[in-house]
Ligand binder design. Structure first.
Ligand SMILES: Cc1cc2nc3c(=O)[nH]c(=O)nc-3n(C[C@H](O)[C@H](O)[C@H](O)COP(=O)(O)OP(=O)(O)OC[C@H]3O[C@@H](n4cnc5c(N)ncnc54)[C@H](O)[C@@H]3O)c2cc1C
Ligand code: FES
Length: 260
């Protein structure tokens, strides 16, 4: 669906990381965490829409939130837009996180890294609403670029690591998870973040029946028509099988796609 979303608020959460609160009828269609909007950048030279995940969905007041980091010209332009401006968005797109099998009292592990953490907040909310117990492991480059840790703390146990040790334990989230797994088991696992984090989760939970990763790819149409976003299928010796990240993903079970 294509729709207009009006910016209610835009604020900088950390250096070059912005949160936008949006409102519009399109919010009524947003039902699944892990889905994304493909946003038209209001500048004629930038033809391709930019995919940004849904961070929060609030049907009560018909708002949603997105969080993005400035990477290039598209996100730079987004960061200059103020309340009252209107965005043209396609969405919600993608399959979203599958939480259909989550039951009350199950243990759920949610793993996020940096700018991959935003969609996990809506996921954690939905999982908690189902009565499951949420453990969140968040990794950031440093304290200076960390954000919304307290929001996650309101939903469950939160463990934080930073590359430089300025917040939480020092090092990769994998170290935190390895330690956690010595004493705890999880019924379901969900991850979103940089390729290194996804590779760790993909390998560590390869045999887990309910472990999922959210994969990123450069996108064009965002709706399955152009094949710009394909990724190879794990175990395909012919090298011909691919899956489209935009409409068959971005969430895949571990062991499904090759992270290139
Ligand atoms: C399903 C999905 C959900 C996403 N959700 C978020 C989100 O919630 N918050 C957020 O900040 N970003 C998110 N991204 C990444 C975001 O789409 C890109 O950062 C954005 O499109 C960059 O646009 P730009 O015009 O600013 O930069 P460009 O000028 O297009 O690119 C700048 C740099 O970023 C790299 N880049 C651009 N797009 C991607 C991409 N998709 N994957 C990897 N590298 C890329 C380019 O290679 C280049 O080096 C998501 C991407 C996908 C596919
Ligand atoms: S972006 Fe066009 S098929 Fe995925």
């Amino acid at each position: 669906m294509q729709g207009k979303l009006t910016i209610l608020e835009q604020r900088e959460l950390a250096a070059n990381i912005f949160e936008m609160t949006l409102t519009g009828r399109l919010v009524r269609k947003m039902t699944t965490s892990g889905q994304f909007l493909n946003i038209k950048i209001p500048q004629n030279e930038l033809l391709l829409r930019r995919p940004i995940s849904l961070h929060e969905i609030n049907h009560e007041d018909e708002t949603c939130k997105i969080i993005y980091r400035i990477e290039g010209s598209g996100t730079q332009i987004l960061s200059t837009m103020a309340a009252g401006a209107v965005l043209d968005a396609l969405g919600p797109l993608g399959n979203g996180f599958d939480i259909s099998e989550i039951k009350a009292n199950e243990e759920v592990l949610i793993v996020g890294g940096g700018i991959g953490t935003p969609p996990l907040y809506q996921l954690a909310r939905e999982v908690k609403r189902k009565g499951a117990k949420v453990t969140v492991v968040l990794g950031f480059a440093s304290k200076a670029v960390s954000f919304h840790i307290d929001k996650f703390k309101a939903l469950g146990d939160v463990l934080v690591s930073t590359d430089d040790g300025s917040l939480g334990s020092m090092g990769h989230v994998g170290l935190v998870i390895d330690k956690l797994l010595k004493t705890q088991q999880f019924d379901a696992v969900y991850a979103c973040g940089a390729k290194g984090l996804l590779k760790y989760v993909d390998e560590r939970f390869r045999a887990h029946p309910r472990a999922y990763i959210s994969v990123e790819a450069r996108m064009a149409c965002g709706i399955g028509a152009c094949y710009a976003c394909v990724c190879p299928v794990y175990g395909d010796n012919t090298g011909t099988q691919t899956l489209k990240v935009c409409d068959q993903g971005p969430i895949f079970a571990t062991g499904k796609v090759v992270l290139v």
